[in-house]
Ligand binder design. Structure first.
Ligand SMILES: [Mn+2]
Length: 330
């Protein structure tokens, strides 16, 4: 269902200052949506700050050349955040994903609004502007920009292009529609440079990252007649390669590329007794209930969860849950 932006227009008419935030360990869609919305609101003469619980990962910081993303506790106090007339949460509607910003938003006297495309989420007691069929929150921000009567600026166009491009795996996921391409055309017209963005996002691997990917590919194992693929990144893999957590991004899609595989699961060691799992599906199998079973969430074809246990324990638990889901959907 397309979003009716009337509540946002009303909120913007009523408020002069805005604090924008997103989920922790922000990705391009999270940061790109925040920046796109910030520049749209500023074009209307509003005072706007982006305040997140943590800094964006290093490899996507080029999206924010003006350094507009601020971090709570690093020169920004809770009372400063509370001075905003309204808080807008982008690209999540789950308390658990907001990190330290969750309490700030819970206790704010200001109005709350959520712009998101995730199926899972909590009641944030907010104006909810959600389309869970949208390929990216970034596309919703482009729509919102239009609904607010603001022209897309070159400063907004690049991060918004990156938001949509990365959430669609560079326009190859089934979530892509003609609207995606129309939106992208608007962003390119407004100044986004696709080949420059691609290079900055994907052709800047470190050797450590590529070596980690090699080890993850090597770990590939197949279950349930080759319908489910598992890959893992252990502490030893991180130590031996010198790669970081964020370097596992996107590898799960390579596991999914094996012919016959319907569901891929990548399990990465986070800290002792805690793993981070990424689940992807390319069939009718819905991986969101699998993630939700262990307190995670996401979409039907892409979900994630953190699991308390070793990699082996995580694998056993997730294999059983994926098996149950395959049977339930058979
Ligand atoms: Mn997103």
């Amino acid at each position: 269902m397309p979003i009716d932006w009337t509540p946002l227009r009303k909120l913007v008419a009523e408020c002069d200052s805005f604090a924008l935030t997103t989920h922790t360990r922000a990705d391009c869609d999270a940061v790109g949506s925040e920046l796109g919305l910030l520049y749209a609101l500023e074009a209307l003469g509003k005072r706007v700050r982006i305040i997140n619980a943590d800094a964006p990962p290093e490899h996507i910081r080029f999206l924010d050349p003006e350094g507009r993303v601020e971090v709570l506790g690093e020169g920004v106090s809770v009372s400063e955040v509370h001075q905003a007339d309204a808080h807008i949460v982008c690209d999540t509607s789950a308390w658990g994903q907001l990190g330290a910003m969750a309490d700030v938003i819970r206790t704010t006297p200001a109005q709350r609004c959520v712009i998101d495309h995730h199926q899972s989420g909590d009641d944030l007691d907010a104006i909810v502007l959600k389309d869970d069929t949208a390929e990216a929150t970034g596309r919703l921000i482009v729509e919102a920009t239009g609904a607010l009567g603001v022209e897309l600026s070159p400063k907004a166009a690049s991060p918004l292009f990156a938001a949509i491009a990365t959430d669609t795996g560079w326009f190859r996921f089934p979530s892509v529609t003609p609207t995606t391409y129309r939106t992208i055309a608007q962003l390119v017209e407004a100044g986004a440079n696709p080949s420059d963005l691609f290079q900055k996002l994907y052709d800047r691997n470190t050797a450590a990252r590529v070596r980690l990917h090699g080890r993850i590919m090597e770990s590939l194992s197949l279950e349930i007649d080759g319908r489910v693929a598992f890959g893992q990144a252990t502490d030893e893999d991180f130590d031996a390669t010198g790669a970081a957590q964020a370097d596992t991004e996107d590898v799960v899609n390579r596991l999914l590329s094996v012919e016959g595989v319907e569901v891929a699961v990548l399990i990465a060691a986070m800290e002792p007794g805690l793993t981070k799992c990424s689940l992807r599906s390319r069939s009718v199998v819905d991986v969101r209930p699998v993630a939700e079973k262990f307190g995670g969430g996401g979409h039907a074809k892409a979900a994630g969860v953190r699991y308390r246990g070793t990699i082996a324990e995580t694998r056993t638990a997730l294999l059983a849950a994926v098996k149950a889901q395959l049977q339930a959907q058979a």
